[in-house]
Design a protein around this ligand. Sequence first.
Ligand SMILES: [Mn+2]
Length: 343
Amino acid sequence: MKLPALQSYLQEHHIDLAILVHPDINITYFSQQKLSYGYLIITPKKAILYHTQLDTPPAIPHITKKLLKKNWEKALSPSHIKTIAINKESLTLSSFDRLKSLFPKAKVHDLSPYLKELRTTKTPKELLYLKKACDISTHALKQTLLELKKHTLKTEQDVALFIEKKIREQGGDIAFPTIIAMGANAATPHHATSLAPLKSGFLLFDFGASYNHYCADISRTIYLGTPSTQEHQLYTLLQQSQQDAINAISPHTLLTDLDKTARKTLGKYSKYFIHSLGHGLGLEIHESPSFLPKLTIQPNIPFTIEPGIYLKNRLGIRIEDTLYWDKKTHILTQFPKHLIIIH
Ligand SMILES: [Mn+2]
């Protein structure tokens, strides 16, 4: 993805070479694969992927593959290098020290702001992978709800394993640890899925498949048993809040305004909405844009909208979609949002 853009950037800024060191996710961004170990070296004119014998990377357009050997850097004539670029957000201090000793005369340029910006807007291919990851996720959820009706799943872990199996059966991978939270457990937004038995109450799902390394993110809350009128009303309020935030999407709208819209609908319950409305996603489950002031809706930038209500020792509910805007709002996680009740 976008290798020529980075190479123009290097040329403009008089940078001799950029060095990305494992496990920098940007190696995956440019090479479209995950290595066990390696470096990606990019100069204004060429790109070399150094890998170990643990991997057999397939051919990659415009990137030369080389086996990582002792003194691999000699071929780069390190003593002539005046400026190198690194990613400060990923590089460890020990790797940095090593690069400083390999390129003793080089000035160091931090690429991290540029890389973030480059990856924020997605290419058509990336959007396609994200869509596929979302389709795999919603299909897995559909199958899991059918299984829940059969009463074969007994614990949070049972539900998580089932959903992950359905993701893998479709050729997907698991984007992040699956959250299945029964009843009061869901009052912690990032509850660690446990052996807690399923019982009557809200059951929260927050999970995602990845496809070609691109991550989906979806949350749904269903009800096991019979909800009280108050529980049903609380859910309907949350659903309205999520819908209002989605309806507020228009070009150049501030992301923080979507957050405000969702909170306005929640009214007195907004104090129980204890995280931000959403986040960007792509190769990473949380990436730019975060919902910081001044960021606005732009074409082809996927993000999530996920309001929640968390009542300590009682319940937690959240509804989350992955979506992007391009002339209209494209919701990638197509799955019903009314309260699904399983008896
Ligand atoms: Mn999320």
